[in-house]
Each structure stands twice: as structure tokens, then as C-alpha cells.
Design a binder for this molecule. Sequence first.
Ligand SMILES: [Zn+2]
Length: 265
Amino acid sequence: MRPALFFAVNVPVKMIAGWIELIMKTKLCKICHLIKPLDEFRKNRRQCKKCVKDYTTKNKKKINARRKANRAKDPEKYNAIQRAYYAKNREKLNARKNAKRAADPEKRRSADRARRDRKPGVMEARRRREAKRLEKIRHPEKYRALATKKAKAYRAKNREKIKAQQKSYRVKNLESLRAQERTAYAKNPDKERAQQRARYHNDPEKERARQRKYKAKDPDRARAQRRKSAHKVKGRKNLIMLMAAADILKNKLKKGANDDSRKIR
Ligand SMILES: [Zn+2]
């Protein structure tokens, strides 16, 4: 009785568990109709890896032609996908390529030769670009000076264009630029004033012309501003006089105190 019960209860449970395990860890291939472990399948595929490989090797030409046709339909899309994939896996792909190239130097050389023949000038252009890059790293000062010179030449050649660009930028962003200037002035008025003075000192005629232009453009506003600054200057003058008077008074008091002390003695 006991062995029979044991058999009836325990063995089927074990069997069912085994089936479940089998079902969870295996899959039936749609092509070869074999039950194979899951790692014989790619994700979400009903064909096993071997069947897929057999199919692709058998139909290589057909698959490649289809791929090519699809690519030709919308090359920009395919290029974008390729570029994105490369950008994302750059390190990995480069490492793999370099390892492959290092593993078989003879193959590498012949592949390079084939590419050179297929695309004359491309390899040469790449070599030249690389040489220039290294040269720039080797002589940074020289190339920095060259860049400065180039920028200067560009500025000299396109003065009007740059001016127009700056002007349009200023017009477009007038409010924010003014706010920036105001905060800069509030933060460090001495520096800003010194800069103004330096600007005037550098080319007084230019600054005067600028002021004249400003006055001509909006005489009322210029007058109001002049009045404001005159008031400020007057206020400053008054303050200076007041301070001077205070100094004089202080000195007098000191003297008086000294006189007093003398008198007491
Ligand atoms: Zn299969």
C-alpha cells in the first residue's frame, strides 16, 4: 500500500515538474520540428539559429538584393540608422575591427589594397588628414597663430557683414543685452567706468562721434540723460565739499582739543 501510494503521488508530481521545466526551457522549431533549448533560438523567433543560418547561407543573394533595394528606396534613412548605430557602439565596433585587422595582417593589406583600387584618392585623403591632425598636435602654437591670422583676415574681409550681424543680434536681443549691461555695471561700476574711460582714451574722436550720433538720434532723451548725470555729478561735488567741510571741522576740533589740553596744562 505504502509503496503504491508513494508511486501514485510522488512520481507524477516529479514528472509534471519535469515537463514544466522542459516546456519552460525549450521550444519547438517551426522549420526542423525539433525541440531545442531556448539558447538555440534568438529572441522572439520561432526558427532555431541553425535553421536561420541555413536559410541565410542558401538565400544569400536574394537577401542581399532585397536589402540593397530597400536601402536604395530611402538611403538617408538607412544612413541615419547606420550612423546612429556606429555612434552608439563606436568603441566596441572599432575594437572589433582593429582586433580583426591585427589578427590577419596579410588579409588586412590585401583588403586595403582592394579598397585603394576601388576608391582611388580616398585612402590618400585620409592619410593626408591624419598627417595634418598629428602635425597640429605636434605644433600647437604655430597652428593657433595660423588660426588667429585666419580669423583676423576673415574679420578684415567681412567687416561689414560682421557688423550687420552684430547689429541685428543687438536689435533682436536688445532687452536682455541691456539687462546684462545694467547688472554688469551694478556689480562692478569702477571697472565699467574704467572701460568707458579707456574706450574714450583709445579713440576720443570715435567716442565723440558716437555721442553726437546718439544725440542727433533722440535729442530729448540725450538731454534728459545729461541732466540726470549733471545732477549726479553735482550731488557728488556736494558730497565731496561736505566731506571736505567735515574734515576741516574735524581738524579744527582736534586742534581745539589740543589747544584745550595745552590750556589745562
Ligand atoms: Zn530548426
